[in-house]
Design a protein around this ligand. Structure first.
Ligand code: SF4
Length: 297
């Protein structure tokens, strides 16, 4: 069904707004965490999913506007999963006219051989993938490795760690890799998943399905995701509030003795208007939380 002129104008307005929001959020995350510096070579890991396509697309746009110079190289790891359409990404990247590298490694066969039927394959698969991507980053001289995780991945990981791992930790926007040799960045850290879904539609990315390996979806992650969606439906705005809490940690009000020196805590004798009331329950107004990123103008 073709759009009327008015509908087309509205759709165009909405996609411009979305583009501005996503680019602003990525720019802000890059600045807040000093993710990219002058002279960097950023290796963007492109899986063929909506998030990594969005990441590459937005980074290429920002690179043109940035006051610093950095290079981008797109890398896809072809893990030889059955039915992987190997021409899709090279065709897309050739059209973009940017440097790219497709690394072919049959990790699929290794995983199938080593992991018994019916057991989850993700942990070995991702370990193998990680090692290969680190090697490729070295070979390409990349100074940063950019991954397409977004705000909702970060929040889901926080709850996964709390529910199933007994730890208060999430997925940082910037970290040193486990081999100690690479700087990994997540420029989409402030972006909502639903915006990236819409952006993939607007930009018509040639998405590659993510179930080619035949692995069952991670049930724990799915449960947490569903729980967050339900909360957001019942109490709109909670996702934003919870996400903001990750940037406002108060170690003195948690229980980690490595983060806060509880044994040596002393009274100061100086009143503090923002200090702890100790006996009063905490109260919150509905509008007390300022979002991490200001809303659209
Ligand atoms: S879903 Fe498949 S491709 Fe992804 S990590 Fe798990 S086994 Fe590997």
């Amino acid at each position: 069904m073709s759009l009327t002129a008015k509908q087309a104008e509205k759709a165009n307005f909405e996609s411009n707004k979305l583009a501005k929001r996503l680019r602003r959020e990525v720019g802000q995350a890059i600045a807040d965490f000093n993710m990219i510096e002058d002279g960097d070579k950023v290796m963007v890991c492109l899986s063929g999913g909506k998030d990594s396509f969005g990441l590459l697309d937005i980074l290429l746009f920002l690179r043109e506007k940035a006051p610093i110079h950095f290079d981008v190289v797109a890398v896809n790891l072809d893990q030889k999963q059955p039915g992987f359409p190997e021409h899709v990404l090279p065709d897309y990247l050739k059209d973009l006219g940017i440097p790219f590298h497709i690394e072919e490694e049959d990790t699929y066969s290794i995983v199938k051989r080593v992991i018994p039927e019916g057991k989850t394959t993700c942990s070995l698969c991702s370990r193998l993938r990680r090692g290969i991507l680190y090697r490729v980053a070295d070979e390409l001289g990349a100074t940063k490795i950019a991954l397409g995780h977004h705000r909702d991945d970060i929040l889901a990981t926080l709850f996964l760690n709390m529910f199933f791992g007994g730890k208060l930790k999430s997925m940082p926007p910037k970290l040193v890799s486990d081999d100690g040799r690479h700087m990994v960045i997540r420029p989409l850290a402030y972006c909502r998943e639903k915006d990236l879904e819409k952006w993939a539609e607007v930009r018509q990315f040639p998405i590659i399905p993510c179930n080619l390996c035949g692995s069952q979806p991670n049930l724990q992650r799915q449960q947490v995701k569903q729980m967050l969606l339900d909360w957001e439906k019942r109490f709109p705005g909670r996702i934003e509030t919870m996400f903001r809490s990750l940037a406002h940690v108060v170690p003195s009000h948690l229980m980690d003795r490595e983060l806060f020196d509880f044994p040596n805590l002393k009274v100061s004798g100086v009143p503090d208007p923002d200090g702890d009331h100790a006996f009063d329950p905490e109260t919150f107004s509905d509008n007390s939380v300022i979002p991490l990123i200001p809303a659209d103008e």
